[in-house]
Design a protein around this ligand. Sequence first.
Ligand code: ARG
Length: 588
Amino acid sequence: MKKLTELMAEELSAAFEKAGYDPAYGKVNVSNRPDLCEYQCNGAMAGAKAYKKAPFMIADDVVANLKGSRIFSMAEVVKPGFINLKVSEEYLAQYLKDMADDEKLSVNTAENPKTIIIDYGGPNVAKPLHVGHLRSAIIGESIKRIGRFVGHKVIGDVHLGDWGLQMGLIITELKHRQPELVYFDDSYTGTYPEEAPFTIGELEEIYPSASAKSKEDEAYRAEALEATHLLQQGKPGYMALWNHIMNVSVTDLKRNYANLNVTFDLWKKESDAQPYIPDMVEKMKEQGFAYEDQGALVVDVKEESDTKEIPPCMLLKSDGASLYTTTDLATIVERMKLFNPDEILYVVDKRQELHFIQVFRCARKTGLVKEDTKLSFLGFGTMNGKDGKPFKTREGGVMRLENLITDIDEEMFHKIVENRSVKDKDAQETAKIVGLSAIKYGDLSNQATKDYVFDIDRFTSFEGNTGPYILYTIVRIKSILNRYQEEGGDLSAGEILAAVNESEKNLMLQLTGFGTTVESAFEEKAPHKICAYIYEVSNAFNSFYHETKILSESDEAKKQSFIQLLQLTKKVLETSIDLLGFSAPDKM
Ligand code: ARG
C-alpha cells in the first residue's frame, strides 16, 4: 500500500511535469512547521538553479496545476518558494479506511525476503544473567520482530557462551568440594548419573567463588585451565558434568528469557562451532592467509584506510588453544552451512566492536561468507545508574537481571494499587505486564548505540515518554470500546469520516505515519523510531480524547466514525508494542 506522502508526491510530480519541470522535484515531507501546514514540498527551491528562475515562480506554476486536487485542501506558495500543503479531510478518512483494511497497516513487505540470523542474548552458561545481557535481549528481540513484520525470514540465535574457562572453573571447584563424585574417578567406566550433582542456586554460587579463587591462587587457576583443556578434549567424566551444567543452566535461562518475553529459534552454543575449527584453520593456512607469529597462528586484517591500528586476528594461541575469535569465525562457517543467510547481525555490547571488526574482516578475506553476505554489528551502549556509572546494586555489586525485574514489578505494583483501578488480586499480574513495558520502553526509546540511565522512577511513571504511559493510552481506548459495547454499540458499524476537529485530524495524520516508521526502523535497525512514533500517536490520541465527546456524541454516524478511529489507533499501538516486545493489560 502506498504511503500518504507517496500519494502526495505523485500528485506534486505530475504538477511539476505539467508545468514543464522535472517531476523528480515533487518530493513531499511532513512539515516542520505544523503551525503553518501539514506537509511541504521544497522542490521549487531545489529547481531554481536548474531553471534559472525565482523559486516562487516555479512554485506558482506548480500550485496552479494542483487546483481541484482530491488530495489537498490547501496548496499555497510561501516565499521564497516553499509549497505548503494540507490534506483534504475526506481524502485522509479514505486513506485511513484503506489502512485499516490492510493486514500490515500500510507497511510494505519485502519483495525479496532475506534470511537474517540475529545473534543476540549471548548469556554465559552457569553465570547468572546480569543487566549487561538485558540490552542485547531487548534490542535483538525487537529487531527480530520488526524484521519478520516486514517480511524477512529472521532466525534468532542465543549463541550461548559455554566453552570458556568458566566451565573449567566450575569443574575444579566441584572437584575440591566433592572429590568423591564419580565424575572425577578416572577408572570409572560405567554410565554417569542422570541427576545433576547441584541445583541452579548452587551452580550460581560455585562459579563466582571459583572465579574469585582463581584470581588469587595461581595453582588453582592452572588446575582450572587444565580442566578446561581436558573438557575440550572430551574427557568423559567432564563431558558428563558439562552436560549437567548445560541442562540446569539452560532451563534457568529459558525461564528468565520467558519473563522478558524473549524467545530464540536456536539455542546454539559456542561449543557447537568447535568441530568446524580444524578444517577452517587448515584452509586458512593453505590459502596463505594464516601464518605463525611468535608461536601463535594469526591472520592480518588491517586495511590501508584504517585510522587506528587493527591488530591481526588470532586463530590459535601458541599452545594450540582456540579463542573467542576462532569460535565466532567457526560459527560463521556453521551458519553458512546450515542456513546460508543473507545477513548475520550481532547485537552485542559496543565494547566488543574491535573483536567484530577483526572477525568480519577475517571472514570476508578468507572467503567464509559469500561476497554479498552482510555481516553487521549493532553495538549497544551501557546501561548506567543515576550516578552515570554502569548500573549496580545498592551494595555496589553486579545487579542480577531477576532482581532488577522484581524491583520494577514492585514499584509498578505500588503505583497500580495507588491508582486503585485494578482489583488487588489482579494487581500483581498487571504489575508484571506494565513493569516489562517500563523496562523495555526505557531501553528501546534510546538510540541503541548510546549509553542511557536506568531510572526506575521515571521508567515506571504513567506520564511522559514511558512504557506505562503508552499502555495507559491503550487501556483507555479499550475501556471506551468496552463501554460502547456495553451500551449496545456494534464495533463493526459505520466507517471513518472526515475529521470533525483539529485534534482528530492530527490523530489521523499521525496514524498515517505507521508504515514509514516501521520500514525505516527496520532499515536502520532502530526500534527507538517506533517508540518516538507511538509516543506521538499517544499524545495525539489523548488530546483528541480530552477535546471530543466520544460516547455522548448524538450523531450516530459520527460516533461510529470515532469508534472506528479508536479501533485503528488501538491496532497501530498494539502492533507497535508487539514489535517492541511487550503487550498491554486490559485494565491498569
Ligand atoms: N557471551 C558473550 C559475552 O557475554 C557474548 C556473545 C556475543 N555473540 C557472539 N557471537 N560473540 O560477552
